[in-house]
Each structure stands twice: as C-alpha cells, then as structure tokens.
Design a protein around this ligand. Structure first.
Ligand SMILES: Nc1ncnc2c1ncn2[C@@H]1O[C@H](COP(=O)(O)OP(=O)(O)OP(=O)(O)O)[C@@H](O)[C@H]1O
Length: 186
C-alpha cells in the first residue's frame, strides 16, 4: 500500500497524515504502532529499530484508534480502568474519574458505553490522554464527532503536549487547530 514513504518526528513536532477515504491512513498508523506488520521497510524509535525494543517503544506510545477502542459493553469508567490495566500501568479510580470529569462526561461514568453518543464515546477515548504518560501520541481521527468545546480542549491539550516536548502523529479530515506541522500525504 505504501511505497517510498519516509518521515521522522522530533520532540515538539506533529505530523498530519492526509489522504482520501481508503488511502491507507489507519493502516499506516496501525503499522507504526505495531498492530500490522509491514512487508518491507523500517520503523525506528530513538534511532533503533522498533522490533528489538518493543517494550520501550510501547511505553513511549499512546495510540487511540478510531473504531472499536472503546468497548460498548463496558461503562466509561470500566473502559478507562481496563485499558490502563492492559497497558500495564496503574490508574487509581479517582484519577479515572478526574479524567472523565475533565472531558465533561463523569455523569455518564456508570452508564453502558453503548448508550453514549458518538461524541461522548470519543470523549471517553480521549480521556486516556490524561491517564497515560506517553511521548508519542498516535491519534486516528481524534476530532471526529467532537463538538466545538471538545475540539478546542483537544487542540489545547495537543498544544501543551508539544510544548512539553511530546510528539504527535494524527489523521484528520477536519482542519487541525494547531500551528502548521509536517504532512504525510498518502
Ligand atoms: N483488514 C483488512 N483487510 C483487507 N483490507 C483492508 C483491511 N483494513 C483495511 N483494508 C483496506 O485498506 C485500504 C485502506 O484502509 P484504511 O482504513 O487504512 O484507509 P483510511 O485512509 O484510514 O480511510 P478513511 O479516511 O476512510 O478512514 C482500504 O481499501 C481498506 O478497504
């Protein structure tokens, strides 16, 4: 699907992965985070191939996918606690509730996630950014379904992350409220 594709990210930088529907943006992100295996090519983290140092890379990474990352059968609070446990880092209940509150969805915390709107589900997913310390954020359509206040919150959060020396790689069919970054056009 990809040929002659080469890019890098430095501290404080972000890249916008662009392309039409079906161009391969999600596939590229899934490959970069290790969920798909490339036929050829090399993915490196801090100059070393990702393959040999999977744990270091995983710890540095926060990947938020755009489809089934939030489980419908769990409540939002269960989603947060479960994803943290699967990630291998401890999150206290109070922290998880704090994250839901920051995203304005604490009142839905005990409701089955399947009952939430698309934007509320997206907010549950994004609340993981507050719980998972990670240098590299890989975000698939993070602005999809968000209302204006939530989009503003995410723009500010991304800005702060980059100012703190973080990096971000994201797809978005909408304009991204960040100073211009690089582009990976598919
Ligand atoms: N598991 C799969 N098996 C077969 N084909 C797949 C699979 N996943 C994706 N594809 C195909 O790969 C292509 C790229 O899909 P991908 O989801 O990466 O596109 P995208 O650029 O993220 O699209 P969109 O903007 O619509 O989200 C599509 O043609 C899709 O049908």
């Amino acid at each position: 699907m990809f040929r002659r594709l080469s890019f890098s990210l430095a501290a404080g930088q972000w890249l916008h992965v662009t392309g039409d529907n079906g161009a391969g943006k999600t596939t590229l992100l899934r490959t970069l985070v290790g969920l798909s295996t490339p036929d050829e090519g090399r993915i490196t983290w801090q100059g070393q191939p990702v393959r040999g140092r999977h744990d270091d890379y995983r710890r540095a990474l926060c990947y938020l996918g755009h489809h089934t990352a939030v489980k419908d059968e769990l409540t939002p609070i269960e989603n947060l606690l479960t994803s943290a446990a699967l990630d291998g880092h401890a999150v206290a209940d109070a922290q998880a509730w704090g994250a839901l509150k920051a995203l304005g969805i604490a009142r839905c915390g005990h409701q089955p996630t399947r009952q939430l709107s698309a934007g509320q589900k997206r907010r549950v997913l994004l609340s993981r950014l507050l719980l998972r310390p990670a240098t590299l954020w890989v975000l698939d359509e993070p602005f999809a379904a968000l209302d204006a206040p939530a989009a503003e919150w995410l723009g500010q959060r991304l800005t702060q992350h980059l100012a703190d020396g973080g990096m971000a790689l994201l797809t978005s069919h909408q304009p991204v409220p960040l100073p211009p970054g690089g582009t990976v056009a598919l």
